[in-house]
Design a protein around this ligand. Structure first.
Ligand code: PLP
Length: 402
């Protein structure tokens, strides 16, 4: 890396000299012939420079790209396609979303989940609008204030036990319409599956949507892990989104095997305005959109989305069951679960000091360090061996601590 940093100024000087029509005395002919001057530069070729055996439970975005998604990117790679979404893959993606959500929906591919949330919600609200959300929502905790700063949206947050809103919880912040002193609560945002690894049932979502609509509010869903939710509920996407009253959806791909790519899916065209312009304005319009779309098509055209999500959910269940069995037979001590495991995340408290020792072998995040609460996430490529090795490490460290 050091050699590379030192080499870059030299290359830059050479390029500047060439642009000015001069060649420095030590220039190689290679720049002229269109190739980089390998002879004098210590380039590291792009090859595997990380440890591919490193495994962990930090996030479902630590994993790589599913091979079938990678193949789809390659398949989309030849020749030229119109940029900014007028390509064959983005057209195909519209058909794929229509298959899953019904005719009349429109999908807007974006780079990431934060972008999907921010741009999608911005399209739902006037300048004076506010969104009611759980205090633990990603839009509140982990988006760097982008909903407020980029979209200009006031978030009205409500504490919850399990990351889930209810009509009653929504009412704590859904008030003050017509009061010029209060940001107007005009939308509700829910996350499915939630940031705490829990799930809304279809009926719970319908109750929230009916309540919100009755108050003149629209419903946004952060579906960063929507495939995990659908796999776990065992129902089609449509049943707990469009048919349950969700108006605008952030559809996640990254956490389910894509390299990058999500889509804002407008389920109710009356609830969203200006996405055509907002996506560009908010820097989420990809020029080479075909590669984002091809990934989502690869996930959604067949059953790859379901295979990946079912697998990561099953690995979370295996982890939980293994720890529970260890607690029952005494091989694991002092671990308590803080949430039900309904998707691909496991939340637990550990005896003091154990998390850091475990992290010497497996990376994962504290969730609430004050309570020694941690989050363990499983991914599409988490293996049974990963889980079993982790359970063995938990047994080792918790018994050593006891
Ligand atoms: C619930 C939820 N929403 C959205 C996101 C999107 O994040 P990003 O912008 O990193 O793709 C994440 C990522 O961790 C998430 O957990």
């Amino acid at each position: 890396m050091r050699a590379r940093q030192q080499a870059e100024p030299a290359l830059f000087a050479e390029l500047v000299a060439l642009l000015r029509g001069r060649r420095p005395a030590n220039a190689t002919p290679s720049l002229r012939s269109g190739t980089l001057p390998h002879r004098r530069l210590d380039w590291t070729p792009v090859t595997t420079i990380h440890d591919p055996n490193l495994r962990g439970f930090a996030s479902d975005n630590y994993s790589g790209i599913h091979p079938e998604v990678l193949a789809a990117i390659t398949a989309a790679n030849e020749g030229h396609q119109v940029s900014y979404g007028e390509d064959a893959y983005t057209a195909r993606l519209q058909e794929v979303f229509a298959h899953h959500f019904g005719e009349g929906v429109e999908a807007f591919p974006v780079f990431n989940g934060t972008g999907a949330n921010v741009v999608g919600m911005q399209s739902m609200l006037p300048r004076w609008g506010a969104v009611v959300a759980a205090a633990t929502a990603h839009i509140n905790v982990d988006e760097g204030g982008a909903p407020e700063r980029v979209a200009g949206i006031k978030l009205l947050t409500v504490p919850t036990d399990d990351g889930k809103l209810t009509p009653e919880l929504i009412d704590r912040e859904a008030w003050g319409w017509g009061d010029e002193h209060r940001a107007q609560p005009l939308a509700v945002s829910i996350t499915q599956s939630t940031e705490l690894g829990t799930l809304y049932t279809v009926d719970e979502i319908r109750a929230i949507a009916d309540h919100a609509h009755g108050l003149g509010m629209n419903v946004h869903m952060d579906g960063s892990r929507i495939s995990n939710a659908a796999a776990s509920l065992g129902v089609p996407f449509r049943s707990f989104t469009r048919d349950a009253g969700v108006d605008v959806l952030s559809f996640g791909g990254t956490k389910n095997g894509a390299m990058l790519g999500e889509a804002i899916v407008v389920l109710n065209p009356d609830a969203s305005r200006g996405l055509t312009y907002l996506r560009k304005l908010d820097m989420q319009l990809s020029s080479k959109m075909r590669f984002v779309s091809a990934q989502l098509v690869a996930l959604l055209e067949g059953d790859l989305w379901l295979r990946n999500a079912s697998h990561s959910n099953a690995m979370a269940q295996r982890l939980r069951a293994g720890v529970e069995a260890g607690l029952a037979d005494g091989s694991i001590r002092g671990v308590a679960f803080t949430q039900p495991t309904q998707a691909n995340g496991v939340f637990a408290t550990l005896p003091a000091g154990v998390a850091d020792r475990l992290r010497e072998s497996f990376r994962f995040y504290d969730w609430d360090a004050a309570k020694n609460e941690v989050r363990w996430m499983c991914s599409f490529d988490t293996s049974e061996n990963d889980i079993d090795a982790f359970i063995a490490a938990i047994a080792r460290e918790t018994t050593a601590a006891a």
